[in-house]
Design a protein around this ligand. Structure first.
Ligand code: ADP
Ligand code: MG
Length: 220
């Protein structure tokens, strides 16, 4: 498989919420290709359309106009999402949370657990496997969320402000986890953030402002 395979292509893809005078254009017509191996930061202030763009890429929202095309190699389970905070199920321990998507995808439980434990170890939270979410910190929970994606052998990891509620040092460790997960699985990685320090950790940075993804030469 070529390393520059296009995983997701947005062609003039736009997303509008509501109709008529109440309509909000969250994303104006956007062209964007995400290729295997990409490390892309989408940086912009709150309300600039970062989450909306990520939802279009993920297929959580359908474009109001234009198209978003995903490679068939992404399949149903090889696109991993990491959101800002609170994504673990309180009644399940860390290993069970991490294995859950695999169990739901009909992998044998023993195999799912083994993959979960390996993913947790890879992002340095293997010692938390038996804890409940309430027994770990917010930064640790985010790394568990990254491990949960990693265990699914993702080809594309989308992280929406994964460090949004964390201090800089903790956020940096979550970024380490995301980069480790992407490198280990050979996945492309897209991270939205309003924090320039986070964005500098990615190879390519694109600015979003008022629903527009600025061209690289417009970056300031
Ligand atoms: P960001 O993630 O950069 O903070 P969002 O993508 O969440 O930006 O929001 C972009 C714009 O779309 C904002 O004006 C927001 O109020 C609006 N918006 C987002 N989601 C919805 C929704 N479900 N319904 C209506 N408006 C929305
Ligand atoms: Mg957002």
């Amino acid at each position: 498989m070529s390393s520059d395979e296009v995983l997701v292509a947005c062609a003039d893809a736009a997303l509008t919420f509501g109709r008529g005078p109440q309509a909000v254009v969250a994303v104006h017509g956007t062209d964007l290709e995400i290729r295997a191996g990409d490390r892309l930061a989408v940086i912009g202030p709150s309300g600039s359309g970062k989450s909306s763009l990520l939802h279009l890429i993920a297929g959580l929202e359908q474009p109001t106009s234009g198209t978003v095309t995903r490679a068939s190699s992404l399949g149903r389970y090889r696109l991993g999402l990491v959101f800002q905070g609170d994504s673990l199920i309180p009644a399940l321990d860390v290993a069970e949370n991490t294995a859950l998507p695999l169990v739901l995808a009909d992998h044998p439980e023993a195999e799912a657990r083994q993959r979960a434990l390996a993913a947790l170890a890879l992002v340095d939270v293997g010692d938390l496997a038996d804890r409940l979410p309430e027994e770990i910190s917010g930064g640790q929970a985010q790394r568990v969320a990254v491990a949960r994606v990693l265990a699914q052998a993702p080809r594309l990891i989308l992280a929406d402000e994964p460090t949004g509620r964390l201090d800089h040092a903790t956020g940096a460790r979550v970024l380490d986890s995301l980069l480790t997960a992407a490198d280990h699985s050979g996945a492309a990685l897209v991270v939205t953030t309003h924090d320039p320090a986070v964005a500098t950790r990615l190879t390519v940075r694109r600015t979003m402002r008022n629903g527009r993804l600025l061209a690289p030469e417009e970056e300031s």
